[in-house]
Design a protein around this ligand. Sequence first.
Ligand SMILES: [Zn+2]
Length: 297
Amino acid sequence: MTESFRAVLARGEILVADGATGTNYQARGLERGQAPEQWLYEHPDRVTQLHRDFIQAGSNVILTNTFGATAVRLAHAGLADDAVQVNQRAVALARRAIQGERVWVAGSLGPSGQLLEPFGSLTREQAITEFAAQARALADGGVDLLIIETQFDLGEATAAFEGARSVTDLPIIVSFSFDMGAHTMMGLEAAQVAQAVTALGADMVGVNCGRSLDENLSNLREMRAATHLPLWMKPNAGLPRMTDDDVALYDVTPEMMGAAAEQWLAAGARIVGGCCGTSPQHLREIARAAERLRVGV
Ligand SMILES: [Zn+2]
């Protein structure tokens, strides 16, 4: 993709991100306890196929399978020594899914899985180093932009942004998960994080994962009131129900997700997609909502 992502953002164009990685892999055979990044080696064909399914459903922005690919988090999957290769392989498998469509590849950086001091043992310097290394690997691998997502702690989000910005000038989006409904696990509210991310100089701020569609919509609206940055919206397909054997079930249908996407766009979101529970079928309805707005029906 040679067209500048920043120019597209500046025009206020509406783009469609992709859906879930984890829950779709689980539906396609990822075992519980397995890191999604292990599929980069065990099932590269399935990794590329899910990207392909989202592109065919209407995604313009696809996220690499690197949510947990800081070295510190990859240690749990026994892949810490291969962190650079993991990230670059994920970029290559995402690129392989593009067959001439207008699609940008976004390098995904999720939380490190450790709490920063004083709540945990990860120091701010270590966090910056970890995220800088991942961002460099993704940038060298050829991503078009970076998405620091599912953040809940301003300390970690800031460290991730600073680390990434220290190694690349690529566009950076920072997105938070409001796991407690109106605030993140660490008690942050949408307006507060939107202001903080704006002050950092990020290209976009947004909402992803979280809880119910209604709660995520009000978080998005709070962000809209608190920043001039373009907004990213990639919420879960509603609040899951847990079965007796601890499997998350998402009751929101593709049609419901499409109707919700109209509300996100009306609230000012410029890139819309879905997080946990969002299948390619859900994504198709989100893409249709974006298309309705583009053509004005
Ligand atoms: Zn999610």
